[in-house]
Ligand binder design. Structure first.
Ligand code: PNS
Length: 159
């Protein structure tokens, strides 16, 4: 079985994430969407909230599972015997950081590959932090987040 892992903070999941997950799911027998800790960020949504929102947004995909790991991404890949991690690339600005992580992960665990999927053109500008900013100031986020989790995100951030 070919297992792929799609890691991230997902704080919260956006339609940009969902687009990458949808497309990555076609490349593997099983795709695990993995909520991992980003030491540079302090999340707005709890771990459980983020996992529930991913699960609700991906319920149409039969080969997708949601999980959480508090440790090195490559250790999780080893644990589940995954062959690759899949990342979305939006613009040149993502590249340097992602390239650095890909090379580090390759050094730590050479058996796994990092696969970059370029984001769809309409999601190029989108990020979780922008969604949070727009919602906090009362802007319409309906185009930015999966419809099944819209109210949940709106209710929490609008508080
Ligand atoms: O969605 P993000 O926050 O941009 O994703 C970054 C993330 C969470 C994938 C990265 O911080 C990560 O891999 N964290 C897990 C810990 C780890 O393995 N760090 C070393 C990366 S080289």
């Amino acid at each position: 079985m070919r297992i792929g892992v799609c890691p991230g903070s997902f704080d919260p999941i956006t339609v940009g994430h969902l687009d990458i997950i949808d497309r990555a799911a076609k490349l593997f027998d099983k795709l695990i969407v993995l909520v991992v800790v980003n030491v540079d960020k302090s999340p707005s949504f709890s771990l459980e909230e983020r996992m529930e929102m991913i699960a609700a947004s991906t319920s149409h995909l039969g080969n997708v599972e949601v999980a959480f790991y508090e440790g090195l991404l490559v250790d999780y890949l080893k644990e589940v015997d995954a062959i690759a991690m899949v990342k979305g690339l939006r613009a040149v600005t993502d590249f340097e950081y992602e390239f650095q992580m890909a090379l580090t992960n390759k050094k730590l665990y050479p058996e796994a590959e990092t696969i970059f999927l370029t984001t769809s053109a309409e999601n190029m500008y989108l990020s979780s932090s922008l969604v949070k900013q727009v919602a906090r100031f009362g802007g319409d986020i309906s185009h930015f987040v999966p419809s099944v989790v819209h109210d949940r995100i709106w209710d929490r951030l609008g508080e």
